[in-house]
Design a protein around this ligand. Structure first.
Ligand code: SF4
Length: 373
């Protein structure tokens, strides 16, 4: 195998297979991937559960470097991030595969893809950074599927973006081990982490994963990085929406992460292997938001529903609405250039431009080939 081709310069995208460094050999001849807590133990030629990392020539390789399932310019609020340069545009993309196996996956055509023809677009890190700048995007988001499994590509893109003055955003389930976690978040300016529930039983039964590594990632991001953090919980009727569980989840967030980490409660729609459960009623999202705020979360939101109240940002000190949102359109901006409430002067947590971004609710598909040199 050739030496690593990722990490510097204009990456050649002809070869999608690159070496990785998070693995070790086992006594029985297999190779163990150490990137995520799944610790896949692979024979030569086998792929891990994520499908995109595989054992080749006695090492673990990433097989989808430089390949994407498509690029799109979105509002940053769609990630969702409500406190990271509100109103700006973000160039979003994903690859294929996932290291969790959620039965309720809302993006399963990408995350469960076994077809590499899903990966229609190829792009070097530099082309992505250039496209983001020329399209007027404030940031690039690794989204649609979990960037943990294409970490080497995501880091190279984030480095190129940093050099171009573009921020990087990870949308992730936070299921990653300690060493790669530190390597990854060094380059991420913001993250929205899925906290899928607050029960080990749910993680095991419906995601084939564990809760504790996700809690560790959340604490790591909040306390040991400069990455801006927001959290999303998809509320599934009868599975993770009980008052007891929402009390426990939101109390943990305030105690372990503090009151300034925004929480998004989003609506489930029947999909993938959970088509027999109804959509989340808006009242459930509102109840979750009220529980969060009662427990001290300063910024709690409802998502995937039309709820101007639950989608807007309020000053934690005086209660004034400082950013109004109708779907992804902003209105009634009441923050100073420094990100303070214009009524009482209290800080609003997050990162803000002096004036709101003007991207609005548009969704614009992009062909990266148009930006290659
Ligand atoms: S990243 Fe993929 S191959 Fe590695 S342990 Fe996780 S699921 Fe397995």
């Amino acid at each position: 195998m050739d030496p690593p081709s990722w990490g510097v310069g204009e990456i050649m995208v002809e070869s999608a297979v690159v070496p990785t460094k998070y693995w070790h050999k086992l006594a029985d001849g297999r190779v163990q991937c150490d990137l995520c807590p799944r610790y896949c133990k692979l024979h030569e030629g086998q792929r891990g559960l994520c499908f995109v990392r595989a054992c080749e020539e006695e090492q673990i390789v990433l097989t989808t470097y430089g390949r994407s399932s498509g690029f799109c310019v979105d509002p940053i609020e769609k990630k969702p991030l409500n406190h990271f340069f509100p109103g700006t545009a973000v160039l979003s993309f994903g690859t294929a595969g996932c290291n969790l196996a959620c039965r309720f996956c809302q993006n399963w055509d990408i995350s469960k893809s076994r077809e590499m023809d899903t990966l229609a677009d190829t792009a070097s890190a530099q082309t992505i950074a250039r496209a983001a700048r020329e399209l007027g995007c404030h940031s690039v988001a690794f989204t649609y599927n979990d960037p943990v499994i294409f970490l080497e590509y995501a880091i190279d893109v984030a480095q190129a973006c940093r050099e171009a003055g573009i921020k990087s955003v990870a949308v992730t389930a936070g299921y990653i081990n300690e060493e790669p976690r530190a390597d990854f978040y060094r380059y991420m300016d913001a993250a929205n982490v899925d906290l899928k529930c607050f029960s080990e039983d749910f993680y095991q039964r419906l995601c084939a994963g564990h809760l504790q590594p996700v809690l560790e990632t959340l604490q790591y991001i909040k306390h040991e990085t400069n990455t801006w953090l927001e959290i999303t919980t998809l509320l599934i009727p009868g599975e993770n929406d009980s008052t007891e569980e929402l009390e426990a989840l939101t109390q943990w967030v305030v105690e372990a992460l503090g009151p300034d980490v925004p929480l998004h409660f989003s609506a489930f729609h029947p999909d993938y292997k959970m088509r027999d459960i109804p959509r989340t009623p808006p009242a459930t999202l509102t109840r979750a938001r009220q529980i969060a705020m009662k427990n001290g979360v300063r910024y709690a939101y409802t998502g995937n529903v039309h709820d101007a109240g639950g989608g807007s940002t309020y000053c934690h000190n005086c209660g004034a609405r400082v950013i109004g949102r109708t779907w992804y359109n902003l209105h009634g901006w009441k923050l100073s250039a420094e990100g303070r409430c214009q009524m009482c002067g209290a800080d609003c947590a997050g990162y803000f431009l002096p004036t709101p971004g003007g991207w609005g609710a548009k969704r614009q598909p992009v062909r990266l080939a148009d930006f290659a040199l």
